[in-house]
Design a protein around this ligand. Structure first.
Ligand SMILES: [Zn+2]
Length: 340
């Protein structure tokens, strides 16, 4: 028997103190589920929050992946085995009032892979409902597909915005969401700029000839029609209300989209309610968008993700992976099996 055949399966687990790769027994997918072997796992700001105990999650990390379906249980529907897939990490119950009303993203009983009440995808194999999956077309590479959920959220934000005439839009942050959103908004005839905190991350905008500045270098003139706050920080939220014009719109993204409020820290970024009231500012929350919409936009070449996977790590060396993810120039870290 080859050493590979006897090697135990592994998973990257957070136990409340440390993140480590641990052996794990073989999994069986439940009814309607499939078993996926990830070829890429994205390490996102939300994973950093888990590792720093900012979220209440304990268990197998990972909520962003591209993988190949290895096994499908009864009730999984379409012939999934062998397909290259991405998937929404939000697992809803399908039967509650919100799910029946078409609001499954807000299911009262939802779990989120690697973030809330369900083991994640940072493992040799993981189980996920087949209904969460979308097959990746051949024209979309693994790195782009990894960011399809983020692309879906950027599109979701653009749809929550009325852009009439030449609209002034500021996007706060320099994570993958901000750097994809700036491309989406630029295509809507908006005069758009990124206001970032780490030049090593936001200077990638030069590639798309889109404006960018350090957030500390802009005046607080309250002249922006729309401000999309992507950083999930108190600093970003404060800046958003100082930049938006009276009766303008602030879009607020969650740093850990999909995760229910009760699983998040007791205090979050605070918005100055007086500034909002005086300025008659409209504040709109932006949750997780559709991964299918994101993938479609990538397949049509509407979003350029080249240059956004800025670091690569090996799948089961989480300490090294988190060091890479914390580097100032890291937009997205992909952990992968070493090429054999
Ligand atoms: Zn539900």
């Amino acid at each position: 028997m080859s050493p590979r055949a006897v090697a135990a399966l592994r998973a990257v687990v957070y136990d409340g103190r440390t993140v480590s790769a641990v052996p794990r027994p073989e999994l069986s997918p439940g009814r309607g589920e499939v078993l996926v072997r990830p070829v890429r796992v994205g390490v996102t700001p939300a994973d950093l929050q888990v590792a720093e105990s900012c979220l209440k999650f304990r268990g197998v990390l990972g909520h962003e992946f591209v993988g190949v379906v290895e096994k499908a249980a009864d009730g999984a529907g379409a012939p999934w085995v062998g397909k290259r897939v991405v998937g929404s990490p939000v697992v809803s119950c399908g039967v509650c009032e919100r799910c029946r009303a078409g609001l499954s993203a807000h299911c009262a009983d939802r779990r989120v892979l690697g973030l809330h009440d369900r083991d994640g995808c940072w493992a040799d194999r993981f189980a996920i409902p087949a209904s969460n999956l979308v097959e990746v077309p051949k024209s979309v590479g693994d790195d782009a597909a990894l960011l399809s959920g983020v692309a879906g959220t950027a599109l979701h934000a653009a749809r929550a915005t009325r852009l009439e005439g030449k609209t002034y839009v500021s996007i706060i942050g320099d994570n993958a969401l901000a750097l994809i959103a700036v491309q989406v908004f630029a295509k809507l005839n908006a005069s758009v700029r990124v206001l970032g905190f780490e030049p090593a991350r936001f200077s990638v905008c030069d590639r798309w000839r889109l404006k960018h500045r350090h957030a500390d270098e802009v005046g607080r003139r309250q002249d922006q029609d729309v401000v999309f706050e992507c950083s999930g920080t108190a600093r970003g939220a404060e800046l958003a209300t100082r930049l938006v014009r009276p009766r303008g719109r602030v879009l607020l993204a969650s740093p850990s989209p999909g995760v229910p409020r009760q699983a998040l820290p007791d205090t979050g970024p605070v918005l100055d309610s007086v500034t909002v009231a005086v300025g008659e500012i409209e504040v709109v929350g932006i949750g997780r968008g559709s991964i299918r919409d994101g993938l479609d936009a990538l397949a049509r070449g509407q979003i350029d993700t080249s240059g956004l996977v800025t670091r690569r790590g090996v799948m089961f060396d989480p300490a090294a992976a988190f060091d890479l993810a914390r580097e100032p120039g890291c937009v997205r870290l992909s952990v992968e099996e070493p090429r054999r």
